[in-house]
Structure formats: C-alpha cells, structure tokens
Design a protein around this ligand. Structure first.
Ligand SMILES: [Zn+2]
Length: 263
C-alpha cells in the first residue's frame, strides 16, 4: 500500500474505533475508549502518522524522506537488518511501537512556554513527529521544513485541547500501526506470519498466494500495491474520515474554541 493510503486508512480506522459523532442521525464510530471530541481529533492526527511507522524499513518511504540524512540513515539501517516488510510489519512491532508511545507520552517533563504556559514535553514531541509524517504523506504540505512546523504547531494546539495524554495517545499509535499491517496484508506481497519471529511455513503443496513458502500471509483483495482497487478503497476511506472528523469538530464547539484560542 502507498504511503498516503496508509495514512488515510489509519485516520479512518481510528475514527471508526474511537469516534462517536453522529452523521445524518447515525452513529459512525464504536467509541471504544469513551474519549471526548478533542481526544478523538488528537488521536486521529497521531494515528495518521503512526500508520506510516512500519515502513521505517523502506529507504524510499515517506518516513525516510522526512528528516533528511538522519531518517534516510535510519531507514537504510533498518532495511538492511530487517528487510522490507520484515520485523517492523509484525504484531511484535505494533507492541514495540505502542510501548514506545507509552514511554515517550509518559515522560515526566513539562516545558514552560509563553502564552501557552506549561506543556507536557513527551506528548508534544510524539504528536509533533506523527503529525509531520502524516501531513507529508497526505501531501497537505511539502518541503523539508514545513511538515515539521505544521507538526509542532499541531502538537502545541493538541497540548492545549487535550492536555492529558491518556489512553488516546498509545491507542492511536497501536491503531495506526495495526492498520498499516492490515493494509499491506490486503496486497499481494502480504506481511510476515502473525506469530513472527515464530514462523510456520507451509509444505510446498500447501503454499499459495495466501500462505507463501516464506511463511508470509496475504489476503490480496486489493491486488498489487497502488492498484485501482486500493485507490477506490482509499477514496471511500478519505470521505469517511473527512465526514466523521468534521462532525466531531463541529458537533463540539468546545474543540473549535480551544483550537482558536490557542493561536
Ligand atoms: Zn508497509
């Protein structure tokens, strides 16, 4: 799946699981964590970026092009150690990314900023990086510096509207990274066996595109990455994410007020 498609599917799945805003009289999300609207929106921003994290093993992915030489070096190293669609595309990696989010989000450090006052450093860094990745993948803004500035501004706004980095932060990272795995699972190449590093390989006569000789599994409903079906699915997901996000924001004037007053 392509970077932008991963990002939008992360946002859409987050809205489906965490959102609760009604659209045309119908409830559009499962409200799994009973979050307030500001936390739902903040989580959507994080899930959008987190949905790109598994491709940290790909030297030409969005994440590689995000931070100049540093991110290029990181992705090249991960790629040479783990290979593409290897370790970082496993349930174990989802756990690791989520654990990292718990650690960074829970950092016991606060910075004092003019106007904004005290802000939690860890969540601002985490949200800022996720937002920068997401905006770049969705081509909201381009260039070397601009996505990072948008990321920082958004992270500061989120620190104001959702000052407590509770369950929504690690949950959004988990949802984003898990959605990436599902997205790749739906393409021909698939992902590593779910219990990786314990891999069950099929005997030759049972090997198929669904369970490959390498042990990789796929449910290739979308065909090859970047297919017309992938575009179609992601167009629908974009519509869903946009409508539910707008409904969450405009159904809750408090979110709008908090964002406006933080500027
Ligand atoms: Zn991937």
């Amino acid at each position: 799946m392509m970077g932008g498609h991963h990002a939008i599917s992360g946002a859409a799945v987050w809205m489906a699981l965490a959102g609760s805003a009604p659209v045309l009289g119908h409830v559009t999300g499962l409200d799994l964590w009973e979050l307030d609207p500001a936390q739902v929106i903040s989580g959507a921003v994080v899930a959008t970026g987190a949905a790109l994290l598994p491709d940290i093993d790909h030297p030409s992915a969005t994440i590689s092009r995000s931070g100049g030489g540093l991110t290029k070096a990181i992705t090249r190293t991960v790629s040479s150690v783990a290979g593409h669609r290897g370790a970082t595309h496993t349930l174990l990696a989802v756990l690791a990314f989520t654990a990292l989010a718990v650690l960074v989000g829970g950092l016991d450090h606060r910075a004092h900023l003019p106007v904004l006052g005290e802000i939690p450093t860890g969540p601002v860094i985490l949200v800022g990086v996720m937002c920068a990745l997401g905006t770049r993948a969705l081509k909201v803004v381009d260039g070397m510096l601009l996505p990072w500035l948008v990321g920082l501004a958004s992270a500061l706004a989120i620190a104001v509207i959702a000052p407590e980095a509770t369950i929504w932060l690690p949950a959004a990272v988990a949802v984003g990274t898990l959605t990436h795995l599902v997205g790749d699972l739906l393409t021909t190449d698939g992902i590593p066996f779910p219990t990786w590093p314990l891999v069950a390989r099929p005997p030759r006569r049972l090997a198929s595109p669904l369970w490959q000789r390498s042990g990789d599994i796929a449910v290739p409903l979308l065909g090859d990455a970047g297919s017309a079906r992938e575009w179609l699915l992601c167009t629908v997901l974009t519509g869903y994410a946009a409508v539910t996000t707008l409904s969450t924001v405009f159904g809750s004037p408090g979110v709008l007020l908090a964002v406006t007053s933080s500027r």
